[in-house]
Design a protein around this ligand. Structure first.
Ligand code: ATP
Length: 242
């Protein structure tokens, strides 16, 4: 089944100097699959996403995307191949307008003007509030709108896999529901694969197909979201949470 996986991470180990952030982590995401990556603070979740998008060096192991080995590929090549990463904290540019932020997401396709225009129309259709605010400074957006902008900007790169790092951080419960609503829509309507790092485990498992739980950099549990939601060992892993 390896050939059918969109993302295939094998025995990934990443260290920051003397600190091993993740060790022998293996996970897969199939096309159109919604996978949750869970675990306490510092468990290594963000590091796995950074290694997949090429922002940190892989110490050992292998990362394949769409069947091609990308373990040593530059981040720009991974993005061009269809990998998009929405990092924690959104990283939008407050001095630019909403539309300028979105256009930056299409940087790799910038010469394809009509394609960029279609991309904008498409994300405005998905996020009508961004359309209303297209000419406004991104600095005036609410937390939920800023998160939507970060996701919309990632979509402008025409990804096949969307990786999100705690997109619900700091959002009130109604906005959290909205985030899961559009992720479900992206997967259903566009067949996007989703790899989601999330602290809100219940809601993540309610929407995901499968989940992986990291504990101190190692894979502690994995299985269907349904199984994980009912697994007693799960809470034991979580007691480590500060
Ligand atoms: P969080 O939810 O807090 O972001 P996480 O599960 O995403 O946690 P990581 O951010 O991947 O965990 O961190 C894993 C380990 O690596 C932690 O011990 C962390 O302190 C360490 N670490 C992360 N980034 C760096 C860095 N740039 N330099 C040194 N150590 C780091």
């Amino acid at each position: 089944h390896a050939a059918t996986n969109l993302l295939d991470v094998r025995a990934l180990t990443v260290a920051y100097g003397a600190v091993t952030a993740c060790s022998h982590v293996s996970l897969t995401v199939a096309p159109g699959e919604f996978v949750a990556l869970l675990g306490a603070n510092g468990a290594g979740k963000s590091t796995v996403l950074r290694a997949v998008s090429g922002l940190v060096r892989t110490g050992a192991g292998r990362v394949a995307f769409g069947g091609a080995d990308i373990t040593r590929a530059a981040p720009s090549r991974r993005s061009a191949a269809g990998l998009a990463h929405v990092p924690e904290g959104r990283r939008i540019f407050p001095d630019l307008t909403v539309e300028e932020n979105l256009t930056l997401g299409a940087f790799a396709h910038r010469r394809d003007r009509s394609g960029v225009r279609r991309g904008l129309a498409d994300v405005y259709d998905l996020f009508p509030r961004l359309a209303e605010r297209r000419a406004q400074s991104a600095a005036v957006l609410s937390g939920g709108e800023a998160q939507a902008l970060a996701v919309a900007r990632a979509l402008m790169s025409r990804p096949r896999l969307l990786m999100l790092d705690e997109p619900t951080l700091g959002l009130d419960p109604r906005r959290v529901v909205e985030v899961f609503g559009y992720l479900a829509r992206l997967r259903r309507e566009r067949g996007l694969g989703i790899l989601l790092v999330e602290q809100q485990t219940r809601v993540a498992l309610a929407h995901a197909d499968r989940g992986y739980v990291l504990n101190r950099g190692r894979l502690a549990l994995h299985g269907s979201a349904h199984e994980l939601a009912r697994d007693d060992r799960w809470s034991a892993v979580y007691l480590g949470r500060g």
